[in-house]
Design a protein around this ligand. Sequence first.
Ligand code: MCU
Length: 414
Amino acid sequence: LPGSGPSTSSSSPPPQFTTLSTSRVTVIPPTSTTSVPGGGSTACPTTPNGLGTPVSNALNDPFTFHGGGKVSSKADWSCRQAEISQLLQRYELGTLPPEPSSVTASFSGSTLSITVSENGKSISFSVTINNRPSSSGPAIINYGSFGGLPIPAGVATINFNNDEIAQQQDQSSRGKGKFYDLYGSSHSAGALTAWAWGVSRIIDALELTRAQTNIDPTRIGVTGCSRNGKGAMVAGALEPRIALTLPEESGAGGAGCWRIAAYQKSQGQNVQDSKQIVQENVWFSPNFNNYVNDVNVLPFDHHMLAGLIAPRPIYIMENTDMEWLGKVSTYGCMGLARTQWQALGALDRFGYSQVGGNQHCSFPSSQQSSELNAFIGKYLLNNANAGTTNIFRSTGNQNFNLDSWSPWTVPTLA
Ligand code: MCU
């Protein structure tokens, strides 16, 4: 996968306050090559300018490059992911800035304090870490205050006040928050991208303070509910150091696909769609406003946002009770996102579970022991016997034809 964790320098004292080296690999490869597992690099096809051919009443083919070539190997898949990430950033999410020139961190009590500098400006923020392991162990970054998952013993919780990085009150929040203090209020990133950048800085800080926190930065999960579930999915998609992505009831703009919602809307259903969502809040780049009235022109949909995570593990929790929350649009979208894990032979790293009877963001116990704990057990606690993690289930009668929305073939990638 593109990108890797930062290299750190621990030369200057004191040890709890270390500056990151600036020569790091960025998440989005700046050139048309991508690293291949096992070393080396491969040339990626050039991404042509423009939107390409519109796709209506179906989802875009994740396995065909923007320029038309087929994805036929794992190396191609890494190239395709880099391309999809660029397209998503260009037309919907806004640009994820490259690694900042310096990140410093200190840990005291339960507070991890982080300072980020770039272009002569700097910002600071802090996160609290609870239930730290007594020796090196995993942690889950939890966005904001909606919902919250029951986190099993042995896993620390890192509370991330994402609204401080990018506000999300309503449209008046555009360009407000510490991300924009650093990069300027007219930066193209929407709040979801700004928060993902914040998650990356938390992981940078964890890499620097490993000896103090006992948190293993290679075993980090991310979660959030609803608007913050959208954030969790985007963080997993844009930050390859996230080991487990756990979006809870993210709905439209997260696990939901724009085209499915647009189709439902045309049938008179009360589903949140692209036109409405950009009126409600600043989660996306202002550039997305140019496409919300005709999402068919976009060279991606959210099955491909999720696909940026493949084959890293993801467990998606959704609700059957309200169409607004994506009853159908997340089912269809993630049902087809799943093909990307299938192509990589990694179906045991993909979970979609949709149940009802619980209030929005109240985690239902039916998803706990055999699903959530299985994912956390296997992928953060390194317990291979934690349970079945090849999950695709919904208690709603979805009546949704996955095949008709995917007129493309799923390759086997080696
Ligand atoms: C599911 O996430 C959002 C939804 O997109 C909004 O339309 C609604 O207003 O709020 C949800 C939410 O974040 O609830 C906490």
